[in-house]
Design a protein around this ligand. Structure first.
Ligand SMILES: *[C@@H]1O[C@H](CO)[C@@H](O)[C@H](O)[C@H]1NC(C)=O
Length: 370
C-alpha cells in the first residue's frame, strides 16, 4: 500500500471529499512528493471552521494549516477531557473520533477515546457507518460533553470508531467534526453546531478564516465573526440547498469570457476540500483559459484572474491564489476534476474569502479575507 492516501468522504450525497493525511513530521504533500506520487495523487484525487451578542458566547477555535491542504483544531470529549485533533469540515455533518474498541492500524496511531474513563459518557446503542471513497469507518454513537473553541457542549452525540479503513492511518487529524446541515448526518446524529445553538450557547452562525502559507492563524468562530479578518463589505448569498452549504454560481470567467459553469451551476463551500473541484470538461476549460494545469512558476504574475460570479457579484482569484507551488514539482493550478456536476469551492477559494455560514437565514456571507 502506498504510504500516503486520501480520506475521500462520500457522505450522504455520494460526493467525494478529499482530505489529507500525513506521515509523522511531514505534511502529506511532502510525503507524496518525496515518493513521486504527488502529481498522480493530485490528478486522481483532486478533492480533496467578533461580533458579540449579550448572553451568547463566541467560541474561537484555532486551526492548524497543514501545507494549505487541510485545516484541523483540537477539541476535547468527556470528563475529565480527552483531546483529539479534528478536521473542521463544512462538507459533512458527523463528529467522530477513534475509540479504544478499535484496533485498526488507523486507530492505533491516533488518540482513542476511552468511554470508561469519562464519568459523563452515555452509549446510545446506535451504530454508525460513514462511507469514504477509499473505505469506511464503522462504530457506534455515544453522548458526552464536547469542548470546542472554549465552549462546553453537554450531551453531544458523536461517533466512536470500531474500525477504520487503512488509509485513515495517514491522516494527521484523529477525527472529523462536520459543520454541514443535520440532514447530511449519518445515523441521524445531532450536529455539534446545531446542538450548541439549540442549547442556547451561541447564535446560529459560524465563520471561517483560512490562513495562507502560515501554519497558524486559521480559525473557526462559533456564534461570531472576526472583522479583523476581512476587508470591504460582506456579500450575502442565499443557499440553494440546506444539506451542504450549497449555492448557485452564475458563471466562471477569465478575461471576460465564460470558461466554465456556463449557464449556471451548483457549488458547495467546503473547508474539507483543498482545491476548487468541478466537472472534468469545465476544469479542462478553466485550466486551458489560464494557460494549462501545469504552470511556470516564474509566470504567475502574468497569469489572468479567474472570476467566479455569484448572485450578481464577482469573486476574483488572482493566480497567486489559485496556483500551488511545490518545491518538488513546480507549480500547478488548484482546479481539480470532480467527475460530478457539483462544484466544490474548497480551501483555494475560502482562503481568499472570509466566510460566514449563517443557519438563521440560510445564507453564506463572503468578504475579501485579510
Ligand atoms: C444571520 O441571519 C440573521 C437572520 O437574517 C441575521 O439577523 C444575522 O445578523 C445574520 N448573522 C450575521 C453574522 O450577519
Amino acid at each position: 500500500m502506498k504510504a500516503a492516501i486520501i480520506l475521500c468522504a462520500i457522505v450522504a450525497l455520494s460526493e467525494c471529499l478529499l482530505r489529507i493525511p500525513l506521515n509523522k513530521g511531514k505534511t502529506a504533500r511532502e510525503s507524496l512528493e518525496e515518493q513521486g506520487l504527488w502529481e498522480e495523487y493530485r490528478q486522481q484525487f483532486p478533492y480533496r471552521p467578533m461580533a458579540k451578542f449579550e448572553d451568547f458566547a463566541v467560541g474561537t477555535e484555532q486551526m492548524t494549516n497543514d501545507a494549505d491542504l487541510a485545516y484541523f483544531g483540537v477539541i476535547s470529549i468527556g470528563t475529565p477531557p480527552q483531546s483529539f485533533r479534528v478536521i473542521f469540515d463544512t462538507g459533512s455533518s458527523n463528529l467522530w473520533v477513534p475509540s479504544v474498541y478499535c484496533s485498526s492500524a488507523a486507530c492505533n496511531n491516533h488518540h482513542k477515546f476511552n468511554p470508561s474513563q469519562s464519568s459523563t459518557f452515555r452509549n446510545t446503542g446506535k451504530s454508525l457507518q460513514i462511507q469514504y471513497g477509499t473505505g469506511s469507518m464503522t462504530g457506534f454513537l455515544g453522548t458526552d460533553v464536547v469542548a470546542v473553541g472554549g465552549i462546553q457542549v453537554p450531551h453531544q452525540t458523536f461517533g466512536l470508531s470500531q474500525s477504520e479503513a487503512p488509509f485513515m492511518a495517514h491522516m494527521q487529524a484523529d477525527g472529523i467534526l462536520g459543520l454541514a446541515f443535520p440532514r447530511l448526518a449519518a445515523s441521524g446524529a445531532q450536529t455539534v453546531f446545531n446542538n450548541m445553538v439549540q442549547q442556547g450557547l451561541v447564535q446560529d452562525y459560524f465563520s471561517v478564516y483560512l490562513s495562507s502559507n502560515s501554519a497558524t492563524g486559521s480559525e473557526v468562530t462559533f456564534g461570531g465573526y472576526d472583522p479583523s479578518h476581512y476587508t470591504g463589505n460582506l456579500v450575502w448569498i442565499p443557499l440553494s440547498s440546506e444539506t451542504y452549504w450549497q449555492i448557485t454560481v452564475e458563471s466562471m470567467t477569465v478575461n471576460g469570457n465564460v470558461v466554465a459553469c456556463n449557464g449556471g451551476c451548483q457549488a458547495i463551500v467546503d473547508t474539507g476540500t483543498s482545491l476548487i473541484v468541478g466537472p472534468n470538461s469545465d476544469i479542462s476549460s478553466l485550466n486551458n483559459a489560464v494557460g494549462g494545469a501545469s504552470v511556470n512558476c516564474q509566470n504567475i504574475a502574468n497569469m489572468p484572474e479567474v472570476t467566479i460570479n455569484i448572485n450578481g457579484h464577482a469573486f476574483t482569484l488572482p493566480a497567486s491564489a489559485y496556483v500551488r507551488q511545490s518545491n518538488y514539482y513546480g507549480c500547478s493550478t488548484g482546479f481539480g476534476n470532480g467527475g460530478s456536476s457539483l462544484w466544490i469551492l474548497g480551501d483555494v477559494f475560502i482562503r481568499q474569502y472570509y466566510t460566514i455560514f449563517n443557519m438563521s437565514n440560510n445564507y453564506v456571507g463572503l468578504a475579501k479575507a485579510v
